[in-house]
Unconditional design. Structure first.
Length: 530
């Protein structure tokens, strides 16, 4: 029978782990590809695995020559990946699951190959991180700031060219039309892909480390500046071509043109850094001791490189303690995640349809959310009511209840929802309000949203199984602990907002909200599970 030379130090090791990885992370990778990558900001991620494979292929010669020295140290990363898996699974946070998958890949590589071989493919493995979108509450907050920055830069350039222009948040008023700076114009789409381009450009360049870092960091201001010019071009061309400028083809063409210009700017910067400043690196990228420092390592390599059959190869790898320990951890995790229900649905105590339309001297009227918002929020029950007091002062009460917070089905923070349509969000810190009827104090967020001269004051908090939480991090931790100890992840967002009228000071609106909350909170407790 013909013998085959099979090496344990190759990527073929993942064929043995593939069934376990597939079962454990199938729902995670499915969400990543079908949902996250389908968003315009992350469409470039479809190319990341292909680039990764090219980078691995490019290191094939050095990788195959590097010494193999399996290490139990890699199991620390495997253990960390399992912890992150449970944090993401129970807290309903996909980014933790993405990091778990990434760390597990590196942990397997380190365990079976040793650190020397991992170092050879260190950048390709690090590069894989770029295909994972940031957590939604971080990403949306960052996006809102970029939209405002792009709007400000666009307005400054228009004023420089002599255009009379006025800005309200993300709305640019040109007199003859209003332009809304949405996510597509915020620079975020080009920023993500441009940072990836800068990262690859720096890696493939023979320059000093500080130059490479400069090149990568500079991709951020380059993206912002070019998108500022994009907004300016759209505003100027709109005067001559009208709505055609904002239609899909014309709008996308301008966007792609600005992205190409940004890439050219980075290439020019790379040439300047590489050719005009001192400190270039001319040394080979990888220095490896191919013979290995230990005799036991040489013996191990000789044993692996000897001709063996496929059956011998499988027996050899399956008997390794690394494989047995990692496989055992994965099997246990699979059994627990599929055999134990950590999120029992907890129904609301009473439907919000029964919520009274009279609270003290406040009279309320129920409102309905449009279907497009309901599809996005994916909540179990909600309350949306407009209240007026005897002085005709308005307050809007919104409560969103979730029977179970799962991955992709969790509470949306007002910090990401309130900014929009020109409204600027300013968080004013925390406030503690006394509720006499319940003999307790409620800590909550206080925020001001402003659009031109119009101002609104808002209080909001998260009600989670009797707890009052004030930020997304507390919410994720509470969800994780609730799933782990009580098999409950139910929770609600409570948001109360009132206009700051021209005839009153901010403290007057503040007192109005506090008075309403002290009367409404005891009623809300009759609906939300404790």
């Amino acid at each position: 029978m013909k013998k085959q030379i099979l090496k344990l130090d190759g990527w073929g090791i993942f064929f043995l782990y593939a069934p376990l990885l597939g079962i454990l992370y199938f729902h995670v990778l499915s969400w990543l590809i079908s949902v996250d990558w389908s968003r315009g900001e992350f469409s470039y991620c479809y190319f990341i695995p292909l680039i990764f494979l090219y980078l691995i292929y490019d290191k094939k010669g050095v990788f195959n020559s590097a010494a193999v020295n399996p290490s139990l140290k890699g199991l620390w990363l495997v253990g960390a990946s399992i912890v992150l898996y449970w944090i993401g699974e129970l807290a309903g946070e996909f980014y933790s699951l993405y990091l778990s998958f990434w760390l597990l890949i590196i942990g397997i590589c380190w365990s079976h190959w040793g650190w020397r071989k991992v170092k050879v493919v260190g950048f390709p493995l690090f590069f894989l991180l770029t295909m994972f979108p940031l957590p939604n509450f971080i990403f949306i907050t960052f996006s809102a700031k970029l939209k405002l920055l792009a709007s400000q830069l666009g307005v400054s350039l228009l004023q420089l060219f002599g255009f009379p222009v006025f800005r309200e948040g993300n709305i640019i008023d040109l007199g003859y039309t209003q332009l809304h700076v949405i996510d597509a114009c915020s620079g975020l789409r080009s920023l993500n892909s441009l940072v990836v381009f800068g990262l690859l450009l720096a890696y493939l360049s023979r320059m000093a480390v500080w130059k490479k870092m400069t090149l990568v960091i500079s991709s951020v201001p380059v993206a912002i500046i070019t998108n500022g010019f994009r907004i300016t071009m759209v505003a100027i061309l709109y005067k001559f071509f009208g709505d055609q400028v904002t239609e899909t083809f014309f709008h996308e063409f301008i966007g792609w043109s600005m992205f190409v210009i940004a890439m050219i700017l980075l290439l020019v910067e790379k040439w300047i850094l590489q050719n005009t400043l001192s400190g270039n690196s001319t040394a080979p990228e990888h220095k490896l001791d191919l013979n290995g420092p230990f005799e036991r390592q040489k013996h191990f390599e000789q044993k692996l490189n000897s001709p063996i059959s496929k059956e011998q190869y499988l027996k050899q790898i399956i008997r390794q303690p690394h494989f047995l320990l990692i496989s055992g951890l994965l099997v246990i995790t699979i059994l627990l995640s599929n055999g134990v229900e950590f999120r029992e649905k907890t129904p609301i105590l009473k439907s919000f349809s029964c919520f009274p339309n009279k609270i003290g001297d406040w009279s309320g009227k129920s409102e309905k959310l449009s279907q497009k918002y309901l599809d996005v929020l994916d909540l179990s029950d909600y309350l949306l009511m407009d209240f007026k007091d005897t002085n005709a002062k308005d307050i809007n009460l919104y409560v969103a209840y979730y029977e179970s917070q799962r991955k992709g089905e969790a509470i949306h923070s007002p910090e990401t929802c309130l900014p929009g349509s020109g409204w600027v969000f300013e968080k004013l810190g925390l406030e503690e309000i006394r509720v006499p009827d319940m003999n307790k104090s409620v800590k909550m967020n206080r925020a001001l949203v402003q659009k031109g001269n119009a101002r609104q004051l808002s209080y909001f908090w998260f009600s989670q199984r009797g707890q009052t939480l004030t930020n997304a991090y507390q919410l994720k931790i509470s969800t994780f602990l609730g799933a782990l100890t009580q098999q409950r992840t139910d929770g609600a967002l409570v948001r109360i907002i009132t206009p700051v009228y021209e005839s009153e000071a901010l403290r007057d609106a503040d007192e109005r909200l506090k008075r309403f909350i002290s009367q409404a909170e005891p009623i809300l407790s009759q609906f939300l599970p404790q």
